[in-house]
Design a binder for this molecule. Structure first.
Ligand SMILES: O=C(O)c1ccccc1N[C@@H]1O[C@H](COP(=O)(O)O)[C@@H](O)[C@H]1O
Length: 211
């Protein structure tokens, strides 16, 4: 079973290049202003220009308006829109309007949260199961929180999916073995501090997938 990875929240050429060199299938550019991984349109444009055609550029958004999406898609040459906090109807509208592969992030803590994924079956192209961050947390993702992967046991996925939330070098192999994920997504697990990606951590994480 081949497993691919999205390295999310990249904001420097060095770490972006490490993700590409290491074989990431997707790279993520974060357009949520409160995030420590936020990239301006100008930076997104410079980073996107370094990404070869076989690597998909994913934009991360939290309930974005159309203007932000317009500008970010152009700047980041985005192939994929990753939505946090968007309702199924808004997700479907974005997918139709922008004609991009669209991922719905599902914030998971309980089986009921997971069941909520079904509402996106005709709205999105892929589900990103991510851990629900604590009430009052500054961000809806990117906080290194993981959910109980056993919740995925026997779940009938309504769409292709990816596993996210608190993954790192120490747990990604077990996560794949347990969930049978074929696409994993990591952000804080390849950082030395919030928003500071690390070339060696990115390289080691991607190497673990190839082993
Ligand atoms: O990373 C962020 O700052 C962020 C902000 C707003 C929404 C999502 C965000 N990150 C996404 O969260 C998941 C998991 O991150 P982690 O590996 O647990 O740190 C990942 O998909 C990021 O795209």
């Amino acid at each position: 079973m081949r497993v691919t990875a999205k390295i999310c929240g990249l904001s420097t050429p060095e770490t972006l290049d490490a993700a590409i060199r290491g074989g990431a299938s997707h790279i993520g550019l974060n357009f949520y202003a409160p995030s420590p991984r936020y990239v301006s349109f100008a930076l997104a444009e410079r980073l996107a220009a370094r990404v070869p055609g076989h690597v998909a550029r994913v934009g991360i958004f939290v309930d974005p308006d159309d203007d932000l999406l317009d500008r970010a898609i152009a700047a980041g040459q985005l192939d994929v829109i990753q939505l946090h906090g968007a309702t199924p109807s808004r997700t479907a509208a974005i997918r139709t309007r922008f004609a991009r592969e669209t991922w719905a992030a599902i914030a998971v803590k309980t089986r009921t949260d997971l069941d909520g994924a079904r509402a996106y079956a005709t709205a999105a192209d892929r589900l990103l199961y991510d851990a629900k961050t604590p009430a009052g947390a500054a961000l809806p993702g990117g906080m290194g929180v993981r959910f109980d992967w056993a919740l995925l046991d026997g779940f009938r996925h309504p769409l292709p999916w990816a596993l996210s939330g608190g993954l790192d070098l120490t747990n990604v192999t077990a996560a794949i073995r347990q969930t049978r994920a074929t696409l994993v997504d990591v952000s804080s697990g390849v950082e030395t501090a919030a928003g500071v990606k690390d070339v060696d951590k990115i390289t080691a994480f991607l190497k673990a997938l190839a082993a």
